[in-house]
Design a protein around this ligand. Structure first.
Ligand SMILES: [Zn+2]
Length: 226
């Protein structure tokens, strides 16, 4: 397996996301990028060679909060992040731990400047971090058009293997990507190559996504037999 090139990985992590990636919170309108997008970016950039680990969980019922420290490791480097969630109802503690964990991981990833160039344009008020002249360079590059990702190499093989009995084939980035497009599918568990992805799951894919994927797949297959 080729060695992980840390510099290259970091460049891919920091690269701008496609247009439309930034969302706005319903309550206060602040710009954000969904966690799944970050996870997917790091997956793609590292070819699944990264790790996250919960270092500490503090559940403080009297003071009504959960605190989580999480560590993200990429190659030889790791970064820690801290996440908090308020507890108002002790029955919901598990949810709150998840919420704080997500925040902690996001904080850790943030130190690699993930999503900064995408979010900076939304934080241009005088008090906001994005307007700092030292970060002006973040505004220089335009986003790639929707549906493209500079770190995306459809035929690259990932450290993911089809779980279908006796298959075990190594998934391509495109196959891994499309699993991520099946609504409510946990691709960490339901890891199938496209051939073995059950039909009822294929049917859940958005039409355009499925057609395009199958087209590209057929073209690639034809090329390799010519
Ligand atoms: Zn398979």
């Amino acid at each position: 397996m080729e060695e992980l090139n840390y510099q290259e990985v970091v460049e891919k992590i920091k690269a701008r996301f496609p247009q439309g990636t930034v969302k706005h919170r319903e309550d206060n309108g602040r710009a954000y990028i969904p966690n799944q997008v970050y996870t997917d970016r790091v997956e793609q950039a590292t070819g699944s060679r990264w790790d996250r680990e919960i270092r500490d969980v503090e559940i403080n019922i009297p003071h009504g909060y959960v605190k989580v420290i999480a560590r993200v490791t990429i190659g030889p480097h790791y970064r820690d992040g801290v996440g908090f969630a308020e507890i108002s109802d002790s029955k919901l503690v598990t949810n709150k731990v998840d919420q704080a964990t997500n925040e902690a991981i996001r904080e850790a990833l943030d130190t690699w400047e993930i999503g900064w160039s995408d979010l900076a344009p939304y934080y241009q008020k005088e008090k906001d971090w994005g307007s700092n002249p030292a970060l002006r360079h973040l505004l220089d590059s335009p986003p790639p058009p929707a549906g493209t990702d500079p770190g995306f190499q459809p035929n690259a093989k990932l450290e993911r293997y089809c779980i279908f009995a006796k298959c075990g084939v190594q998934l391509t980035q495109a196959e891994w990507d499309i699993l991520g497009r099946v609504p409510n599918l946990n691709r960490d568990k339901m890891t199938y190559c496209y051939k073995h992805l059950p039909d009822h799951l294929k049917r859940r894919l958005p039409d355009g996504v499925r057609t395009k994927f199958e087209q590209v797949r057929e073209e690639t297959a034809n090329q390799s037999t010519e």
